[in-house]
Design a protein around this ligand. Structure first.
Ligand SMILES: *Cc1c(COP(=O)(O)O)cnc(C)c1O
Length: 399
């Protein structure tokens, strides 16, 4: 038996049993298509996807601009080595630099978030001649050996130690411990402005400003991980713009290609000056298909989608507060824009299951008690209504 994608039943089950060893899988659902904010399974059942495929499909599925760009590029040139210039890559890089703040003048293209973090670690070491990294408890920066060294959760780290040396984790939003941790051996302080996986924990403006100040005073770089918060997710182009920061390096992935796998490091000219030929590289980074996807996504973001996401975020947040904000089970509703965490007084997983099975609504966990929403930025008012209705019907009234 073959399904719509030509996979045999057996192949699907083999893949899933492998995946399930690593990631808990959601039932036997086989997703085969998507349209706007909706995913469609093999039986034709539609699901309102408030996960945007783990925060990446910012334009939703089968967005006409993204699809056309990929199709056109695929038919023209789908691979090009980095020792040639490529028209699409050049156009994408130019736009990427244009949408990032003025002081960030250079970009390196990679293939994922963790790879961007690894590059940021290397660049920080080169630019400062130091090795220390200060990160925060509750952080998530990816799972390659370099990136997982910065990630906080012991579950992801412990079995793989020893990891990178000279990495310390201070409590998020604790200025005193931050100041105590940054020394003249610190290459970088690496932070998310809103911790995603860690529970949608918002950075305090005072803490983030102190991080920047202490970096400048002690000659360390400020690395802001915008992999989850970038590209309108929080209602601004980048999360750090809510706090008026000027990071030396930002790491990007997730929304960068509208769901096409790619990552990037965008950094200052001071960082650029320390790089030598061969300091870093990537065979696939800046691939023409990825660049075409990135160029298309940036075009759509620039065309009013960031502002639309800000409005949608405000509306969703307001309606959620009104519908469930006063319920006993809700400890807090946190986040900015379309990055929302509903912190519960109990485990979130059973509710995620009910949302999917009973309401055909997909949401994410963050930590064990937080129900996290990272919908596509195109979420409509009707879809906001459906979201709030489903969540209100799922969370108990008096518990
Ligand atoms: C997802 C994520 C990463 C890791 O990105 P991958 O593409 O999975 O390697 C790193 N940092 C943050 C903040 C993320 O949300």
């Amino acid at each position: 038996m073959q399904d719509a994608l030509g996979n045999t039943q057996e192949a699907i089950h083999n893949t899933q049993s492998f995946e399930s060893a690593v990631v808990p899988r959601r039932g036997d659902t086989v997703m085969v298509a998507g349209e706007g904010c909706w995913m469609i399974d093999r039986e034709g059942q539609r699901y309102l996807d408030l996960t945007a495929a783990q925060g990446v499909a910012m334009l939703g599925y089968n967005h006409p601009v993204l699809t056309a760009a990929l199709q056109e590029q695929a038919a023209r040139l789908h691979a090009c080595p980095n020792f040639f210039y490529n028209d699409t890559r050049a156009a994408f890089l130019e736009k990427l630099i244009a949408v990032t703040p003025r002081h960030l003048t250079h970009a390196f293209l990679a293939n994922s978030g963790a790879e961007a973090i690894d590059g940021a670690i290397k660049f920080s070491r080169l630019a400062t001649g130091r090795t220390g990294i200060v990160a925060a408890k509750g952080s998530f920066h990816g799972r390659t050996v370099g990136a997982v060294s910065l990630t906080w959760n012991p579950k992801y780290r412990r079995k793989f130690e020893p990891l990178l040396p000279d990495v310390s984790h201070i409590p998020f939003n604790d200025i005193d411990q931050l100041v105590a941790a940054v020394s003249d051996e610190t290459a970088a302080v690496a932070l998310e402005v809103i911790q995603g996986e860690g529970g949608v924990n918002e950075g305090d403006a005072g803490f983030l400003a102190a991080a920047q100040q202490i970096c400048r005073e002690r000659g360390a770089l400020l690395v802001i991980d915008e992999i989850q918060t970038g590209f309108g997710r929080t209602g601004q182009w980048f999360g750090f713009q809510h706090f008026d920061l000027t990071p030396d390096i930002i790491t990007l992935a997730k929304g960068l290609g509208g769901g096409f796998p790619m990552g990037a490091i965008v950094y200052s000219s001071q960082v650029q000056e320390s790089l030598f030929v061969g300091a870093h590289g990537s065979t696939f980074g800046g691939n023409p298909l990825a660049s075409a996807a990135g160029l298309a996504a940036l075009t759509v973001y620039q065309d009013g989608l960031i502002e639309q996401a800000e409005r949608a975020g405000r509306r969703l947040r307001g309606e959620l507060e009104a519908a469930i904000g006063e319920r006993k089970i809700v400890r807090a509703i946190r986040g900015r824009g379309l990055m929302i965490g509903i912190d519960l007084r109990t485990k979130a997983m059973p509710f995620l299951k009910t949302l999917m099975e009973r309401h055909r609504v997909l949401a994410l966990p963050a930590g064990s008690t937080v129900l996290r929403l990272l919908p596509p930025l195109i979420l409509s008012d009707d879809e906001i209504g459906l979201t709030v209705e489903a969540i209100a019907a799922t969370l108990p009234q008096n518990m």
